[in-house]
Write a protein that binds this ligand. Structure first.
Ligand code: PLP
Length: 408
């Protein structure tokens, strides 16, 4: 795969990112392109010209019923939220009305966990790699129902997908009702064998909530093909929508009884009615989500070019650095998309405090924003390879590490 020459630092002016900072952590909270921010600003101006019309009559016909004398009129500019969902859906191989917007992946996960019919003694499967906030939400909602969470221990480093599927299978019990599984693992950055894991759960009658926080915009996503019951994701990380925008997809048979974390006018009105209006809020991140995907198509030469650049940069970085440092590198290439987590030299330290110290030092001394993690006490770097990154960024990072006190 060759890297189109236009990717790299020359693209940085397309973002508001400070050029003095080497930004290697796109995945953490995303970074919104200027053109998308401009679209959002224009939309906000439009809202402010007549806020009641936009928010209560044009955004969705679901909102406050007292504000909808014209809700029965066919056509008309009343469905802007649904139009945005329709425009986002093809990127996820979904239908527009199969998706609802949620504030973020945490909200999507909470909607499912709070709505799922858990009973005393039931088990919710999470993994040792589940995002911490989602694990906490699972524990909270399980405890309220008298249920409990059970943790599947996924190995890392990995040599292949089978060991991950096997770890999930081994943690399923006759009491497991729901499994929370990542599409892209938040710390290890591995593209998980989600379809195979979901199939193993389905075979045991266990429903699956997939957490795709890092997936849309970072790799091809075909939600219906995964065989999951629920799929939540962020669009403000890799899909370039303004913060914050998430989606929740649910299989048709799972939508009855699925409620948003905030109950509002649509209560009892079904999937779209319940999620499309959760009180007055800023809808512009959702409405600008299509602009984020459009940015990929128009400014970055399309998804294939972007993903080829991101993947190639991530992969060669991991191969080169682990070779340079003489560290083992076993991750299968198929499990890496736009992000990669690679081991750091043991001389840099061990444990959470060492990871934080290195992260802070890189920022303070080298103006590098990098995600340094302690996984099972060992230090790793999770590198988000984005359109504006190139080999020179990696070189700056490598050079800075060599200067870290104690690195020798
Ligand atoms: C796998 C995973 N799930 C959920 C989240 C939470 O995202 P948010 O804070 O936008 O809800 C993250 C954030 O990085 C994540 O990596």
């Amino acid at each position: 795969m060759s890297t189109p020459p236009h990717f790299g630092r020359s693209l940085l002016p397309l973002w508001a990112l400070d050029p003095a900072i080497t930004y290697l952590n796109h995945g953490t909270v995303g970074a919104t392109p200027l053109v998308v921010l401009a679209a959002q600003a224009a939309l906000r101006d439009e809202i402010e010209r007549q806020p009641a019309r936009f928010l209560l009559r044009e955004l969705t016909p679901i909102g406050r019923p007292d504000e909808h004398p014209d809700r029965a009129l066919p056509g008309g500019p009343r469905q802007r939220l649904r139009a945005a969902a329709m425009a986002v859906a093809p990127w996820l191989s979904a239908q527009g009305d199969d998706l609802v917007f949620v504030d973020n992946a945490t909200a999507g996960a909470n909607a499912v966990l709070a709505s799922f019919d858990l009973r005393p003694g039931d088990e919710v499967l999470v993994t040792n790699r589940t995002y911490g906030a989602v694990t906490r939400a699972a524990a909270h909602h399980a405890a309220r129902a008298g249920a409990q969470i059970v943790t599947a221990h996924l190995p890392f480093p990995v040599c292949g997908e089978a060991e991950l599927v096997g770890a999930v299978q081994a943690a399923l019990t006759p009491r497991t009702r729901l499994a929370v599984l990542d599409h892209v693992s938040p710390e290890t950055a591995l593209v998980m064998p989600l379809a195979a894991m979901a199939a193993a759960c389905r075979a045991r009658g266990v429903a699956v909530l997939a957490d795709g926080a890092h997936a849309p915009g970072a790799l091809p996503v075909d939600i219906p093909s995964l065989g999951v019951d629920y799929y939540t994701a962020n669009l403000h990380k890799w899909a370039f929508s303004p913060r914050s925008a998430g989606i929740l997809w649910a299989a048709p048979e799972r939508r009855a009884g699925l409620h948003p974390p905030v109950i509002s006018w649509g209560a009892g009105g079904g999937w779209l009615a319940e999620f499309d209006w959760v009180g007055t809020r800023d809808p512009t991140p959702f409405l600008c989500a299509p602009a984020g995907f459009q940015f990929i198509d128009e400014a970055l030469g399309g998804r294939d070019a972007l993903w080829a650049h991101n993947h190639a940069l991530a992969w060669r970085t991991a191969e080169r650095l682990t070779t340079h440092w003489g560290l083992p590198w076993t991750t299968p290439r198929a499990m890496v998309a736009s992000m990669v987590t690679l081991p750091l030299p043991p001389a840099l330290g061990r444990g959470f405090d060492a990871a934080m110290a290195l992260k802070s030092w890189l920022l303070a001394q080298a103006q590098i924003e990098a995600q340094i993690l302690a996984i099972d006490e060992r230090l790793y770097w999770r590198f988000s390879a984005q359109a504006y990154n190139d080999d020179a960024d990696v070189e700056r990072f490598t050079q800075a590490l060599a200067d870290f006190p104690g690195a020798g």
